[in-house]
Ligand binder design. Structure first.
Ligand code: MG
Length: 298
């Protein structure tokens, strides 16, 4: 049986029909936050309950990069090639400098601790956008159980050059994955609240962005079976989103055009590899990859 589900002809040019789903390794308790570093030709990915960041390369396979790791979750690469990470354990957003030291970028809003930053993206202007649901403080499994101090679960922005976070987007039960469109005029945000409450719609919302201004959000797509967690946008603007059954791909107009079925629930994904056309998937206990005909926006 094919691993592909073609829902619309627009999906066919995005896949390599003969490509395999590669199983790169397992042993994770909950794999999340994959990020590709071209300079290292390496994938970094969180194993949240095991409190470690793993590293994968084609030649050496999986190895431990950092442990303990502050129960990190989502990662991204900033414009200077540094690792920016969300930490459940320290309830903060951190940056790993080129010399290996760690800088805290944000840990509070309005004088109160953040909940547990989950996913992060860096805009071209250097602003750092991150989501702050409560998953990392609900129990001692993915962080440290604690009482939320924030009055809502929001998306925040750190201005270019640093400073205090600004609360940008509210109205979510659990805001999770974040991704910009290639022109950065749209920000996609995943609502993953159905993880704990089946009455919450599993959906992606999209917001028009102009610098530090956020427009009204609207529902972009429903992701079933959900909940959606991490997502990425390719250079053509298609949205590749994690789901219970694998990866679901949406045209920029919101149409579900196809799926890549994966044997384990996918939490997050990224493009990478030597030519940028390999899709890496953090899927529960394992990391999978598949060659596609798409790559991340530059
Ligand atoms: Mg996430």
């Amino acid at each position: 049986m094919s691993i592909y589900e073609i829902h619309d002809p627009r999906f066919r040019p995005l896949i390599q029909p003969s490509a395999h789903l590669d199983h790169l390794g397992s042993g994770f308790r909950w794999a999340e936050g994959p990020v590709w570093f071209p300079a290292h030709q390496a994938l970094y990915v969180s194993d949240i309950p095991n409190d470690r960041i793993m590293r994968w390369t084609e030649g050496t396979g999986l190895s431990v990069f950092r442990s303990p790791a502050g129960h990190t979750n989502g990662h991204t690469r900033d414009r200077e090639g540094r690792l920016v990470s969300c930490s459940h354990g320290t309830r903060s957003v951190i940056r790993t400098e080129h010399d290996g030291t760690i800088t805290t970028l944000a840990e509070s809003y309005g004088g109160r601790w953040l909940n547990s930053p989950n996913d992060v993206v860096v805009a071209r202007d250097g602003a750092v956008w991150f989501s702050d649901p409560t998953y990392g403080i609900l129990s001692d499994y993915e962080g440290y159980e604690s009482v939320p101090e924030q009055d809502t679960n929001a998306v925040y922005r750190l201005p270019p050059g640093g400073g205090d976070p600004e609360r940008m987007i509210t109205g979510f039960v659990q805001p999770n994955g974040l991704a910009f469109s290639p022109d950065e005029q749209r920000l996609y945000v995943a609502e993953s609240g159905s993880s704990h409450d089946p009455d919450v719609p599993s959906m992606l919302k999209v917001f028009e962005i102009q610098g530090s201004q956020v427009g009204e959000g609207r529902v972009f797509a429903h992701v079933e079976p959900g909940p959606p967690d991490g997502l990425r946008v390719d250079a053509r603007g298609n949205v590749w989103c994690s789901a219970e059954d694998g990866v679901q791909v949406f045209d920029p107009d919101g149409t579900l055009i196809g799926k890549i079925r994966v044997p384990e629930r996918v939490a997050n994904l990224c493009f990478g590899g030597p030519r940028g056309n390999r899709l890496f998937m953090a899927a529960t206990t394992s990391i999978y990859a598949i060659h596609v005909n798409a790559r991340a926006a530059a």
